[in-house]
Ligand binder design. Structure first.
Ligand code: XMP
Length: 435
């Protein structure tokens, strides 16, 4: 790492991410580390310029040992303490200010006057650092990546390709529940434009067959996750001599997994959980980036805007938006209506303003009329939400004009649909996805 670093030590603070982001917003690279980091580990960190002790409501009692030994003050870099006191240190900041601007004003003198840190954190430097680190880690070996086409895996692919070129092997599994045009874009950008080694696996029939007759949402999620691993594993076994596996882990996954004890509401599906005999060493070049930084990194690497600014998309894809048992007609109707929604939101710039928006179809029909005759059709529901961390979400207020256009287009262009509705429920009590 060629950039200066200021560490946040998590002593039970609730706002570790906010402090990291504030330090980075001032142009200085920052990471959160656990309270029990050792003196040796601290001394080994290159370019360490300062330490911020982030205490708070969830005070970590064992953390006090690091102050009793007083070694935190013998590392040779300035220490700033937030909401934490001990016999050896009083808090410099009693409480984290609620406004982001006030926090920046508090941190600025510490970073630049006390720590003398250089504001040299930017994407160009990050990409160069990562390429250097990846080359060091991977050496002359090969690396495998499950490339879904989502933002994170796409940015990892572009970064790995820059670092190791044709020693990167990507596998794109089309499980049949991707959005319209998604697989085509992965092939176009990565295989045709970049020249990445890409294996395209068409598993659409396999997934639909495995999901036949299954209507329980958790069972559907588990089947899609399990089959994905099976297909990916088959491809991995076919490719000989691969030692590394790339993963699109990002920073919130790491910061949150250390502090959150909450019960899982849904079985999220990501490309983990490979069989134990497939022994890969993980490569996670985005693990210190927040989502907006991942997007900036993608832009720096020359990925197209509609890939980089793509909204979040669940691993089980449209499978959890085609409610109950997945049928071909409803799955197609979800895909087509989603494409119309995306196109119309894009035309008026809502695609950049709304955090996540999509359509879904419940497995009930309602009575309608077509050509003067009774006609039972599906209802398409539009959901558009805004959130910071997906833990809570508010709805995007309905925009009457564009919703009317979208409704007319869906009713005219999508087979089997006779109603369009807008979901006004925030999270909680609803979740963002319906299943
Ligand atoms: P919920 O429905 O739990 O969704 O409010 C929160 C966010 O997570 C996305 N989501 C997933 N992402 N794998 C993922 O990577 C999954 O299995 C998954 N399920 C939901 C959802 O789209 C929303 O952005």
């Amino acid at each position: 790492m060629n950039q200066d670093l200021v560490l946040i030590l998590d002593l039970g603070g609730e706002d570790n991410s906010r402090v990291v982001r504030a330090v980075r917003a001032l142009g200085v690279y920052s990471e959160v580390r656990a309270h029990n980091i050792t003196k040796k580990e601290l001394l080994e960190i290159k370019n360490l310029k300062g330490i911020i002790l982030n205490g708070g409501k969830n005070r970590i009692v064992e953390g006090k040992t690091i102050f009793e030994k007083r070694y935190i003050h013998t590392i040779g870099v300035p220490v700033l303490s937030i909401e934490h006191s001990s016999p050896y240190c009083n808090p410099d900041i009693g409480k984290l200010p609620k406004k982001d601007s006030e926090l920046l004003a508090l941190l600025e003198p510490f970073l630049f006057e006390k720590c003398k840190a250089q504001p040299n954190w930017n994407m160009k430097n990050f990409v160069n650092d990562q390429i250097e680190l990846l080359r060091k880690q991977i050496g002359e070996e090969k690396v495998l990546l499950a490339l879904s086409g989502g933002v994170d895996s796409s940015v990892v692919a572009a970064l790995l390709f820059k670092a190791v070129g044709d020693r990167l092997h990507c596998v794109h599994v089309n499980h049949g529940m991707l959005r319209k045009g998604e697989s085509e874009q992965v092939i176009e950008v990565f295989e045709k434009q970049f020249g990445v080694n890409l294996i395209y696996v068409d598993s659409r029939e396999l997934f639909l067959n495995k999901l036949k007759g299954v209507s329980d949402p958790e069972k559907k999620r588990k089947i899609i996750g399990r089959e994905f691993i099976t297909v990916f594993e088959q491809e991995a076994r076919r490719l000989d001599g691969i030692r590394f596996l790339g993963q699109g882990t990002i920073y919130p996954d790491i910061v949150e997994s250390g502090t959150k004890t909450g019960k899982a509401v849904k079985a999220h599906h990501n490309a983990g959980g490979l069989p134990k005999d497939l022994k890969f060493e993980l490569v996670e070049p985005l693990k210190y980036l927040f989502k907006d930084e991942v997007r900036a990194c993608g832009k720096q690497l020359g990925l197209p805007d509609d890939m980089v600014f793509r909204q979040p998309f669940p691993g089980p894809g449209l499978g959890v938006r085609c409610l109950g048992e997945i049928t071909r007609d409803r799955l197609e109707a979800v895909r087509e209506s989603d494409a119309i929604l995306r196109e119309e939101f894009g035309k008026i710039g809502l695609d950049r303003r709304v955090w996540q928006y999509f359509t879904l179809i419940p497995d009930i029909k309602s009575v309608g009329v077509k050509d003067g005759e009774r006609y039972e059709g599906w209802a398409v529901i539009i959901r558009a939400v805004n959130t910071v961390d997906a833990m809570q979400a508010t709805i995007e207020p309905p925009h009457a004009k564009v919703l009317q256009t979208i409704t007319n287009r869906i009713l005219n262009e999508v087979n089997g649909v006779n109603r369009v509705l807008y979901d006004l429920s925030p999270k909680p009590p609803a979740t963002i996805e319906w299943e």
